[in-house]
Design a protein around this ligand. Structure first.
Ligand code: WT7
Length: 651
């Protein structure tokens, strides 16, 4: 039995959902009248240019439509409708790496986004439906770029700034983007770093990209390709601050975001307009309980879904003040986030378990040195959090008075799906607790489609469509169906499967146990082992490779690669070989995919039909003994060989 912590009663009094009774009432309402529940919220929370005529259309499931017939504009939801009451309120508080602070009011945001939108239309000819790739550091212009696209109906596809030119190139080409928005670079640990050269390398002969817009942030020298590259700082000067928001259908695409699956090719997860923005806003109000005068900070990068939904779209849709941070949370020291909480009087702080572990390790006593009394809600996301990190976060950062919302969700869900409500849900360390009202999340037994028994690990599924659901994989209908609706059937109907395992405890609380597929989670970054393998295979001397995850103290999971080389005489110089392979990984994917361990093995454990037994490799990587049956292997002796190699490496 794990400990349980009741919501702070003072906090609960004013919370948007202030008791389990309220939670249950909402959940029951959704169960009894699903469309009524969502239809009412869509009318209440969003400003419609034209009202919708149908709440949910499942006739072509798993392709679904929400709020069909309705028209709205997501940028207008995030900006225009706040101008009457919040014109001078801070929309974005930006803190740069070097401590420079900039406050952008809603009126400033309106003007900046409109100028940006006009630039895209007038100078670059961007039209509704065009794909625009955004490869940007964490600066306000990144948010303007997203909202400018939304304003004119262009579909943005943000590529995380840590991805390499090859990864960027693949994503540009898959989406057939004709414009890339980037920056010369930005600052990290007080030093300039560069992004533009990565873009240059990604745009080769035959690229769909015709124009590149460069925000000059660090003013370092970059190469300018005439007729292709333009300075944002120059072009923006003469742009009008007026720009009509394009009326968009509820189901017009808002953005693509590429994420990893179990094959080597990332998938372009598509989110559409109305359902996505509705849930982004509702979860901000419910899960973070942000109030009118609050300041909210999420430390994610806009290159991930957390940055989309919980730095930009969610906070702005509800008219909140969102903090955007360019730097590194441990620079100049592990007190940085706490000094920011103190300086900006931050009320909600949202970060990843990997960050919490690092901050704990590097600055266990740092929180006590700052005034953190403004904090009300602490959030975590991205991977299972371990109880010691949770405890430190709860006690030292939150002074045992702030709820921790362990929000479980993924790129495909658009927003939170399982999470505590800070004023209602009694919380347990490292437990995502209960589905949010309206979300029919259930742990199912994949064999039967029945709800899993308490304590049994089953598949985390969502049995009814929800508004912020992924609408498709860009350009690949089959992959959408196969990836998400192929594994679990409930009552004769394929249901959405997240890819995660989970179990119920005796209170019906949900604990996420991690991925069931070949996807690993390194510092909260989702990575397909197949992607890393594909990169390693580009090395000319690699014959075979298998990549698995292994537990890592700080990163959650580390990357462990078993590599079979072509040359029989083994590795001439192991250090050089490791370096060469990691260089390829950096080039193909980025630094985030560099391997923590590499073993140059004489072979891999395979069945007679040639299938690599990854389970064995995972067991070995963990440093555990292989107890599974190996008699079906083509060459069972390989297990003993690998065991001694792994042991020798870790000894
Ligand atoms: C995967 C999604 C969700 C935004 C950031 C990552 C894991 C996410 C939790 C949590 C345990 C979690 C899952 C999920 N995950 N949140 N609170 N507890 N695991 O988005 O890159 O799409 O990754 O992250 O495995 O499937 P993503």
């Amino acid at each position: 039995m794990s400990e349980i912590f009741q919501p702070n009663p003072e906090f609960a009094k004013n919370a948007n959902i202030g008791s389990m009774d309220e939670y249950n009432t909402l959940m029951n309402k959704a169960k009894e009248n699903y469309e009524g529940f969502w239809g009412d919220y869509a009318k209440e929370k969003l400003d419609w240019i034209e009202p919708f005529t149908n709440v949910l259309d499942e006739s072509n499931a798993p392709f679904v439509k929400w709020f069909d017939g309705g028209k709205l504009n997501v940028a207008a939801q995030c900006i225009d409708r706040h101008l009457d009451t919040r014109k001078n309120k801070a929309a974005i508080i930006f803190e740069g790496d070097r401590g420079d602070v900039q406050t952008i009011t809603y009126l400033d945001l309106f003007k900046n986004v409109n100028r940006f939108a006009n630039l895209l239309k007038e100078d670059f000819g961007v039209q509704k439906g065009d794909r625009v790739v955004i490869y940007m550091p964490m600066i306000p212009e990144a948010a303007y770029a997203m909202l400018a696209c939304a304003r004119i109906g262009a579909i943005h596809s943000i590529v995380f700034g840590g991805f390499s030119s090859e990864a960027l190139k693949d994503r540009i080409e898959d989406a057939e983007a004709k414009v890339v928005i980037t920056a010369d670079g930005a600052y990290r640990k007080s030093k300039p770093y560069m992004l533009k050269p990565v873009v240059d390398a990604a745009i080769t002969e035959g690229s769909p990209v015709k124009k590149v817009l460069v925000v000059e942030r660090n003013n370092e020298d970059v190469t300018w390709v005439a007729g292709r590259d333009y300075s944002y700082n120059e072009l923006i000067k003469d742009k009008s601050t007026a720009c009509e928001a394009e009326p968009m259908d509820s189901e017009d695409p808002l953005f693509l975001l590429y994420t990893s699956g179990s094959t080597g090719k990332p998938k372009g997860v598509q989110h559409n307009s109305a359902g996505y923005i509705l849930w982004a806003q509702m979860t901000m109000e419910w899960v973070f309980d942000v109030k009118e005068n609050d300041t909210y900070w999420c430390t994610a990068d806009i290159g991930w879904i957390t940055g989309h939904t919980y730095i930009v779209y969610g906070p702005l849709a509800m008219g909140a003040t969102t903090v955007m941070f360019e730097g590194v949370i441990t620079y100049p020291d592990a007190g940085r986030p706490w000094s920011m909480v103190e300086n900006h009087r931050i009320n909600q702080f949202y970060t990843a378990p990997t960050a919490i572990r690092v901050l704990h390790k590097m600055g266990e006593d740092a929180p006590a040195k700052y005034d953190l009394s403004s904090l009300k809600v602490l959030g975590t996301v991205g991977e299972p959090i371990d109880p010691p990190a949770w405890k430190w976060y709860y006690e030292e950062v939150g002074s045992s008075k702030c709820a921790i919302v362990d929000t479980y969700w993924q790129t495909e869900t658009g927003g939170h799906i399982v999470s505590p409500l800070p004023g209602a849900t009694p919380i347990k360390p490292a437990c995502a607790t209960l589905p949010l009202p309206g979300i029919m999340a259930e742990i199912l037994d994949p064999a039967t489609g029945e709800v899993s028994e308490v304590g049994e690990t089953g598949y985390m599924c969502i049995t009814k469509p929800w508004p912020a659901q992924i609408r498709g994989v860009w350009g690949d209908e089959e992959r959408y169906k196969k990836s998400y609706f192929g594994d679990v059937v409930k009552d004769g109907k394929p249901v959405y499967f997240t890819g995660d395992g989970a179990r119920y405890d005796e209170d019906g609380y949900i604990t996420i146990t991690g991925r069931t597929d070949d996807v690993i989670n390194v510092s909260g970054h989702r990575m397909g082992t197949a992607e890393v393998e594909a990169a390693i295979k580009k090395h000319s001397n690699v014959a075979e490779v298998a990549v698995v995850g292994k537990p890592h103290d700080l990163k959650g999971e580390g990357i462990f690669a078993y590599i079979v080389l072509k040359s029989d005489d083994g590795v001439a110089d192991e250090v050089e070989e490791v370096k060469a392979i990691n260089t390829i990984i950096k080039k193909e994917i980025g630094n985030i995919a560099v391997c923590d361990d590499m073993i140059f093995a004489p072979g891999l454990p395979k069945t007679r039909s040639g299938k690599i037994m990854r389970r064995i490799l995972r067991t070995l990587a963990k440093g555990e003994e292989v107890t599974q049956d190996i008699s079906t292997l083509e060459d069972p002796s390989i297990v003993a060989t690998l065991t001694s190699m792994v042991n020798c490496k870790t000894c």
